[in-house]
Design a protein around this ligand. Structure first.
Ligand SMILES: [Ca+2]
Length: 301
């Protein structure tokens, strides 16, 4: 398809617009978030442990106390059928707080200690039941590090049924540990987060290659922080050397929208920025795109 198009095009008009693989520029400032605390050691959350303890404790805490999950790994005790089992603890989400569809993330901090030299590759698991074991989200918290606070954030969109989340559970698999290992985790600021205002959470140029006679750069913009049916005006611009080459603006609802950005006559070879911004916000999301001259450029028409 690409070869055929090339053959039909006047060579001098050919210019390739190639989306670079660089990820979106890191945001230095996090946009405003609303939160709902699930457990932080002082929130009064009730946990049900098995083959472990889960109690408030201030030995390690982000602030105040954290929930301290303590396990003495034992390969010969526990459930009779599973002596190498799953020490665990769960907290039940109060009725009235189980619809998480209006939230963006589940977020918490984790501090780890262990008698071992280091944690195993699968040190701790997180389960969110939506609403039961058969419909649950499981994550391996493999980024946990001995003696460090590590921040975890998971998108609510990853949950199988975010409308009915009944419990959050932490567990280890004793098969990942040696008999006699001691493991301690401190979990703090376990909460739900959502963007408090219209926010661009993803910007992705869709065209990998663009010819000058198909002069549209399609840009996918994912929005959140909007009520149902509400929209926010979003500006998308193609910028080179701080100069806006092309610009488009559209009212976007929550979710993914594709914006066509005309680049006719504007895309000579070089590095460009695609920038997107909610009108009225000072946050700009940026991706780099590269316009590459065609090897046929300069040939006779
Ligand atoms: Ca705390």
């Amino acid at each position: 398809m690409m070869i055929a198009d090339r053959a039909l095009l006047p060579a001098a008009l050919l210019a390739l617009l190639v989306a670079a693989i660089a990820p979106a520029a890191a945001q230095t400032d996090e946009p405003p978030m609303e939160e709902l605390m699930i457990a932080d050691g002082d929130s009064g959350s009730v946990w049900t442990p098995a083959e472990a303890t889960m109690e408030p404790d201030d030995v390690h805490a982000r602030a105040g106390r954290a929930m301290h999950f303590h396990i003495d790994v034992n390969h010969s005790t526990g459930q009779p059928d599973y002596p190498i089992g799953w020490p665990r603890a769960y907290t039940t989400i109060p009725e009235g707080q189980r619809d998480w569809t209006d939230w963006d993330f589940i977020d918490f901090w984790l501090y780890s200690e262990t008698s071992r030299e280091s944690l195993p590759g699968s040190p701790l698991g997180l389960i969110v039941r939506c609403p039961d074991r058969a419909n649950s989200y499981t994550a391996n918290l493999g980024a946990a590090r001995k003696g460090e606070w590590v921040h975890f954030r998971f998108p609510i969109s990853a949950l199988p049924s975010a409308a009915d989340c009944t419990a959050v559970q932490f567990f280890i698999s004793e098969s990942n540990y040696l008999d006699g290992d001691v493991v301690d985790f401190w979990i703090d600021d376990l909460k739900l987060l959502r963007y408090a205002e219209p926010t661009i959470i993803r910007l992705q140029p869709l065209n990998q290659v663009l010819y000058a006679d198909q002069p549209v750069l399609r840009v996918a913009v994912e929005m959140t922080g909007l009520e149902d049916a509400a929209t926010a005006q979003v500006e998308v611009a193609l910028v080179r050397d701080d100069e806006t080459v092309q610009q488009a603006s559209a009212p976007l609802a929550a979710g993914v929208t594709t914006i066509p950005l005309s680049v006719e006559g504007g895309a000579t070879a070089g590095e460009y920025q695609v920038q997107a911004r909610v009108v009225g916000s000072d946050r700009t999301v940026t991706k780099t795109v590269r316009v590459v001259s065609s090897p046929w450029e300069g040939e006779a028409r």
